[in-house]
Design a protein around this ligand. Sequence first.
Ligand code: HEM
Length: 407
Amino acid sequence: MTTSPLPPFPAADESPLDTCLRLREIAPVVEVEFPGGVPAYLALTHNAVREILAGDNRTFLREPEHWPALHDGSIPEDWPLRAIVEGGHLSTKDGADHRRLRGLVGKAFTPARVKALEPRVRQIVEGLLDDVVTAGDVVDIVPAFTEALPIWVICELFGVPTEDRPRVREWTAALLAHTTPPEEAFATQNALQAYLHQLVETKRRTPGDDLTTGLVQASDEGDKLTTDELVGVLWLMLIAGHETTVHLLGHAVIALSQNPDQLELAKAGDRWDDVVEETLRYRHSVMMTSFRFTAEDVTIAGVPIPKGQAVGVVYQASGLDPAEHGEDADRFDITRERNGRLGFGHGPRYCIGASLARLEGRLALAALYRRLPELSLAVDPDDVPYSPSFFTVGPLSLPVALGPVRP
Ligand code: HEM
């Protein structure tokens, strides 16, 4: 029984990351109050996060039925985060259902398919940069590049028509923002679901050379997926498949601008893969995951959590944990050892798109700094607006001065 009020999360006038770093001083796992008066735990250190990930599909479950507060009237019916927590997709499934859906995605989303994408990703990168360099001396590279590339790649991969891509981006941003009012959150979820049902039907009638068609065919050929399950898979792949990479690129540009020595190292040694990994440690795109639920009473990093509670894994705070990464954890250093990193998670829920994300990150940053070697921020980093979300956080706008342009 809690006797004193829980700390609010997110806290007013403080970034979610700063709040998490402050709370980490109290304990590795802290119970907080989410908007709507909803209590849940945050795992804030590297070891706490790793222990939880190791318990995935056993002590930590994702099916919403394991969170009694969702069903016993404690959490309001119109709680906006229900759209995320209750959405039927592979991140809200456990055990055999989870494995079945992951297996299906794996069949369509093979390493060979990702590798084959490299020339096309390069082409998209160069095309976007052609537009950037003609847009002026100072350009906001979020809409023009860091956002455009991942949305373009994921939509092309899944056969989402060009004209629908801005809508997919808008729906994603609205769903992930904690500032979205309940009616809008539910309306957005309904619109996206309806759109994806329609996309599945279109691909069933007119197959294309895309992953939606691949998934439709795999499910029609005996994997026995319902259309709702298929839509759930698409929902997650489209959202997780671009939002995180958008923020990876934005965070990388900021970190490199603030650490010119690291930028020089990256340029000199073509170390863009190190930049990607270090950016994910230093400012992870996933501030915190959606909730896991305790299947039994557990103790994580010495903190007891009763059965039936919700726990958010805070990747951003774990990357900055001095106990794991040293006292200089808040220094961006692309030469760090990479052992035990959690950039793409760990265990049964390891990121399905890690190789695609790495490919996009490496190609995008290499080309950006090859063509614009003196690119610099045109705003004070403290004035950069960030997405109003505690799930995925990144810059919403990033005006940069291009400097000299190379072909
Ligand atoms: C920089 C980019 C990316 C980052 C940082 C990232 C990070 C992560 C992390 C940390 C997880 C584990 C979440 C958890 O613990 O609950 C995850 C899961 C997942 N990611 Fe990614 N991801 C990225 C890109 C992608 C891409 C490009 C795709 C798809 C094409 C993708 C699809 C997924 C899916 C479907 C899951 C859920 C896996 C499951 O629940 O079994 N991600 N990602």
